[in-house]
Design a binder for this molecule. Structure first.
Ligand code: ZN
Length: 149
């Protein structure tokens, strides 16, 4: 599956992730699944990692609920979540896989490992706990104003 994110939303995630270092930063993504099969992220949410560590994250449940309500109000579909890896590569950790229990969700991971060179990847995780399969999605960052409706 192809998934797109606007440059401005990428920048928001990146800036938030930098400001939360050394902790992991996290949030939600929402948008639409277009008829041509492209998943388009239209809005990103920067939420609080209540774990406050550099190894994992838990989204503040109240903020999570508020974001879901906002998506409903804006006719946007919850598409998954994003989190940062301050010191490790942009791929799901064993714990990320264990917690990835929604096979329809896109999981975005932003690595801050290389200073000034953020790496964002999107993943799909399928299968039962213990035998999860991770598939990288085709992620495209689009310049603002260039998305076709
Ligand atoms: Zn992770």
């Amino acid at each position: 599956m192809k998934i797109t994110i606007r440059q401005s939303d990428f920048n928001k995630i990146y800036e938030h992730a930098l400001s939360e270092r050394p902790d992991e930063a996290c949030g939600l993504i929402s948008g639409i699944d277009r008829e041509d099969g492209v998943r388009e992220i239209k809005k990103v949410y920067l939420l609080t990692n209540i774990d406050h560590t550099n190894e994992h994250f838990s989204i503040d449940p109240k903020e999570h609920l508020k974001a879901i309500k906002d998506m409903r109000a804006n006719d946007l579909k919850p598409l998954g979540n994003w989190h940062s890896h301050p010191e490790s590569p942009s791929r799901p950790s064993e714990e990320d896989k264990r917690l990835a229990n929604d096979s329809s969700a896109s999981y975005l991971i932003l690595s801050l490992m290389e200073e000034g060179e953020p790496v964002l990847n999107a993943f799909h995780v399928e299968g039962r706990e213990g035998e999860r399969e991770v598939r990288k999605e085709d992620l495209e960052i689009i310049k603002d104003g260039e998305e076709n409706g």
